[in-house]
Design a protein around this ligand. Structure first.
Ligand SMILES: [Zn+2]
Ligand SMILES: [Zn+2]
Length: 185
């Protein structure tokens, strides 16, 4: 995502080996369910892992082929639909975009923190979400997937409090959790 964000942020794109591992894990989980990660499904998932950020379906259509050729939108949409049903990608309603599920968090409710300034998107552990699933079950619902989106500012874009040390470790979970609380209205 391009944005005029003036804040410095260090993001390391995933390595080719990481992407390959994620795709192999996805293929295995799809195979375990008796289905196949076909070429279009694998390619769309690959594009999302390589992007490492939410992407719009039409961007995926445009980048699907490496050469100057455009994929049929139906191919990409069908692949996205399949991947979403399998929990391999998540649709972020607020952005109307798709993002690859962190392989470490497959099968758990998906919780994302989105930065309104730079567009950074981060998936966090969903340990506190079990009760939500239980409440849905108690209400008689059969919930297939839960995706939560917390919007606000990432550590790089947050205004610094006077006297506060610049940028404590951005990976710490309490920091992220505080961000969610601050922006929940
Ligand atoms: Zn940001
Ligand atoms: Zn920013």
């Amino acid at each position: 995502m391009t944005s005029p964000c003036p804040h410095d942020r260090e993001t390391a794109p995933p390595t080719a080996a990481q992407v390959e591992r994620a795709l192999d894990a996805a293929a295995a989980s799809v195979a375990a369910a008796g289905d196949k990660l076909t070429r279009p499904r694998r390619r769309v998932l690959e594009l999302l892992h390589v992007a490492g950020a939410p992407a719009k379906a039409y961007d995926l259509v445009a980048t699907y082929h490496r050469e100057a050729r455009v994929a049929t939108p139906a191919t990409v949409y069908r692949a996205l639909q399949f991947l979403e049903t399998r929990g391999l990608v998540h649709r972020l309603s607020s952005l109307k975009a798709y993002v690859a599920c962190d392989p470490k968090r497959l099968g758990s409710p998906a919780v994302f923190l989105l930065c309104d300034c730079c567009g950074f998107c981060r998936q966090i552990p969903s340990s506190g979400m079990a009760s939500l699933g239980a409440a849905a079950t108690a209400a008689g619902y059969e919930i297939e997937r839960i995706t939560l989106e917390g919007q606000g500012l990432c550590p790089a874009c947050r205004p610094q409090r006077p006297g506060a040390a610049r940028d404590p470790a951005p990976q710490t979970e309490p920091e992220a959790a505080a961000g969610v609380r601050a922006h929940k209205h």
